[in-house]
Design a protein around this ligand. Structure first.
Ligand code: SF4
Length: 509
């Protein structure tokens, strides 16, 4: 095994063997000393089991930045536990179960204890191994509590959940009312990008020997965007709070070619692999807000993402069950477009830039994910499961629990409205308003027919046309359908839409 920690751990294992009473399995997305099974761990009696599964690395077409981040963070965390005095048995194995079984057999078949896993699949695998679970407290909302909330809802509106969270957790609430007078500052948080972005440069993270070794094993040169240690994650949090938080809100939906991150926090990878806990991020945000330096719209917008959307999506993942991922309400059958994996396959400037950015860092913020990538998959009728797979493999923070509801429910309406009251479909006008992509594009966001018509604009109307019957009963779609039925050029638009769809299939639009 090329990884020295595993060798050291292997040697240490025999020395400590007779003392070990518990075998704590630590997956790569629960890397926090103070939560889950590790919270009560004792170096004198607990052996920490970690498995780097070959299936995890080679089983899918993962973005190498994602693999590097997850593996290097896990190895750093294992080393930190060893420094604390723990015995860590970190193994490379064909699968997690094979690795765990071999660790078990070296330790007298001790039962495996772990925190409730973050996906249905892992839960089932660990159950089959007879693991016992500690409640998952990597979120602020325990799973049973979310179920209690869901049981009282007619439709699962995020806004209702979010307001209940604010009250329950006492965050941005003053005497039972929302601090600042409003629950929601979305109307203040929709500014287009500035003419020229002149914000502070983003934090870069240096690489140590572990990072370099993982990079060499993967044959990949990582950027300096992502930290792989707890200290790096905390530095990223501090950097956001000190240099970006105040500007975050108003520009949170903007997209610009000037800067790939604007004022986004870049904390989701660390929240999703455990290096940061949401409570720590909430505490830092509220402490900064309490100094008076952070406008309410920035603070509320950030808190909404953290205790609203993030927790809601995780709750819905468990609430909706393992079959939800197979939903395909709109019977979308198109194969994944070639432009998703190769930006050279499109002249659409917004998509070309976004897919190129993803290639560099495995990250773009929530609006390109929702209003460019998912919107395109939605209005082209791309198969939901193919698009979900691509999103899962591509983003650095793409846990199963976050991607399944975000793609199937929010992004492409494949669940028929179990999560969203209407599909997030939009034409070029929205993208033109919220970005500077259209200035450098050979298509025109204002046109819906003709060779230079923006594909988003053409396909937005065509999407409404194709699914009129499905949306007819939805009062939130009434205005769009009214607009559709007033289009004088609908016959030409239908023809152009077919040209655009087949051009996208060929990678020539
Ligand atoms: Fe994207 Fe259309 Fe704008 Fe081009 S014109 S950048 S395709 S929205």
């Amino acid at each position: 095994m090329p990884f020295s920690l595993g060798q050291r751990a292997g040697q240490l294992v025999s020395a400590y063997h007779r003392y070990v009473q518990r075998l704590l399995y630590l997956p790569f997305d629960q890397l926090h000393r103070d939560y889950g099974a590790l919270k009560s761990a004792d170096p004198d009696v607990d052996l920490i089991a970690m498995v780097e599964s070959n299936q995890m690395i080679t089983g899918r077409n993962w973005h190498p930045a994602r693999l590097h981040f997850l593996i290097s963070a896990a190895r750093h965390f294992a080393a930190a536990l060893q420094n604390e005095g723990f015995t860590v048995d970190y193994r490379k194995a064909p699968t997690i179960i094979a690795g765990l079984a071999s660790i078990q057999s070296d330790h007298g078949q001790l039962p495996v204890i772990c925190t409730e896993p973050s996906s249905f699949r892992q839960h089932q695998l660990l159950q089959s191994l007879g693991a016992s679970f500690v409640a998952n407290d990597f979120f602020l909302t325990p799973r049973p509590l979310f179920e209690e909330w869901a049981a009282t809802q007619k439709n699962y509106l995020m806004e209702s959940f979010y307001r209940a969270q604010r009250i329950r957790l006492g965050i941005l609430v003053t005497d039972g009312s929302p601090t600042g007078g409003s629950w929601n500052y979305d109307k203040d948080n929709r500014l287009p990008p500035p003419k020229k972005y002149d914000g502070p440069p983003y934090l870069e993270h240096s690489q140590d020997e572990i990072d370099k070794q993982v990079a060499e094993e993967l044959g990949y040169t990582p950027s300096t965007t992502w930290a792989t240690t707890r200290a790096g994650a905390l530095a990223q949090l501090r950097n956001f709070i000190d240099h970006h938080f105040g500007e975050f809100g108003p520009l949170e939906d903007a997209m610009t070619t000037d800067n790939w991150a604007l004022h986004h926090s870049l904390l989701s990878p660390y929240l999703n692999n455990g290096l940061l806990h949401p409570q720590e991020v909430v505490d830092a945000a509220i402490a900064a807000f309490d100094t008076g330096a952070i406008p309410i719209e920035s603070c509320e917008g950030f808190i909404r993402q953290l205790i609203g959307w993030r927790e809601y999506v995780n709750g819905m993942y468990w609430h909706l069950g393992p079959d939800y991922r197979d939903s395909n309400h709109l019977n979308a059958t198109r194969q994944l477009l070639p432009l998703f994996t190769d930006p050279a396959k499109t002249s659409m400037n917004c998509i070309k830039q976004t897919v190129t950015d993803i290639g560099s860092r495995a990250w773009v913020h929530h609006i390109p994910r929702l209003m460019l990538l998912s919107n395109l998959a939605l209005i082209t009728g791309t198969n939901p499961q193919q698009f979900l797979d691509w999103m899962r493999e591509t983003f650095i923070d793409a846990a199963d629990w976050v991607m399944v509801p975000n793609v199937i429910g929010m992004g492409i309406y494949a669940d028929g409205g179990q999560m969203m009251t209407k599909p997030y479909a939009a034409g070029g006008a929205y993208i033109s308003r919220m970005s500077n992509y259209c200035k450098g594009c050979e298509y025109n966001p204002k046109l819906r027919t003709g060779e230079t018509a923006c594909p988003f604009t053409t396909l937005y109307w065509d999407f409404l046309d194709r699914h009129q019957d499905k949306f007819a009963g939805n009062h939130r779609m009434r205005q769009q359908l009214f607009g559709l039925n007033r289009l004088a050029d609908l016959p030409e638009l239908r023809v152009r839409a077919q040209e655009v769809l087949s051009g996208l299939d060929r990678g020539e639009i």
